[in-house]
Each structure stands twice: as C-alpha cells, then as structure tokens.
Design a protein around this ligand. Sequence first.
Ligand SMILES: Cc1ncc(COP(=O)(O)O)c(C=O)c1O
Length: 234
Amino acid sequence: MSFAPAGFQPTITRKLALGVDNTFATPLNQRPLALGADVAMQSATKFIGGHSDLLSGVVTVRDANLLAALRQARELAGATPGTLETFLAVRGVRTLALRLERAQCNAMTLAERLARHPNVTLTRYPGLASHPTHAAARRQLKGFGTIISFDVRGGASAADAVCAGLQLIQHATSLGAVESTIERRASIPGQEHLPPALLRLSVGIEAVEEPLDRSRSSTPQRGRMTGKQEEIPR
Ligand SMILES: Cc1ncc(COP(=O)(O)O)c(C=O)c1O
C-alpha cells in the first residue's frame, strides 16, 4: 500500500478491491476479511486438501454484489467442483488444525537449524526473529506457517545438488501437504527473477525429533523411516 504525495490530483477515481492470497497462512492463521481485505483466496489444493490429491480453491468475500458476480463467473466458466473434490476438501479441513500444528512445529525447528547452517546464506521464515516482518507476523498471524525459503551457498548448481541429493523430501512445486516438498523456485519459468540459489521448503508432518536424535548416532538404522532432518545439509 502506498500514499499519494501532497497535492496529488487523481485523474481517474476508482474503488480498488484488496484481495489477499491466504494460501500460505491458511484461514486458521490469518483472517484477511477481518483485517480489512475485500477478497480472500485460498488454494484448497494445498493445506485444506493437505494430501496432494485435490485441485480446488476457495474465494471468500464480504460484498453481496461481488459474491453474485463471482458465482455467475464460476457458473459460466463451468468451474463447479465435483463431488470427489468436495469430499476431499471437507475431509482435509477436518485435520487441518492438527496437520498445521505439527508442521509449524517442524518448520520452526528446521528454520532455526537452517539459519545456523554454514552452507545456508539466508533463511526466510516469519517465525525467526531475524525475519524482516517477524514483528508484524507476531501481531497478525496465529501461527507462522510451514513455508521456509533458504539460499544455499554456491549458487544455483549447489542448490540443485541439494535437491538432487534428497531422498525423502519430494522435489515438487506444490506445497501444504502432509509430506515435505522442496523446489528451487528460480528454475520455474516465469520465476527467474528470484534468487538463483533459493530453495522453497514446504514442511510436512513427518517426525522431526526422532531423526534429529538418530542423526546424532554414528550407526543410522536402515529399513525405518528416517526423515527430513537427515537430509538437510548440515
Ligand atoms: C500461494 C499460492 N496461491 C495460489 C496457488 C494456486 O493454487 P492452485 O494449484 O490450487 O491453482 C498456488 C500454487 O502454487 C500458490 O502457491
């Protein structure tokens, strides 16, 4: 949001609607309409479904005319969700709070670890006190979410090598699922402007403490689920 300089005379007056993509925060962590937004959007493909098997979305508005226009656009476009999608979304919502609680806990653990890692030059997670919007996040969010991004020392090739070396964390664009996923965002067409060595990690609900304990042991056990902690460069 910006402010017009003193004496500024607009030649066109138009009411702008403020829309918020609330996908990363989820409705449990942030309520955009209560904070003043006109439109809140949620990719239900992500946290609401939570299992990487749903393509859907949610738009929430406060204005009745806008709601009618959106309903009409949806009908004309034929974008009405099918019964399976609706079932998966409703089933996902039932465990959203539990999944989010666990994944956020994991995310905080990993973010703190990444922030201390010598081969990570920058870790971005709103739960870290070092994050530029940490204070605002504390005021505005009920939880800091599950998305971390970090820059790997050594540039794009080093970041690609980190992804290629992971066995349990899926290399994928999607996010917000029970399993952790990672992606070098600048490798995606249209995202080349992002830092080349930035990896975006969507933290899942896997056990974090157990692998942490095991990673301290000199004899890693085979045949059991290990976990993301053994895979993050240390
Ligand atoms: C923040 C955010 N919003 C919206 C979307 C779009 O979601 P969908 O795949 O449900 O169209 C994405 C997809 O990656 C996203 O990351």
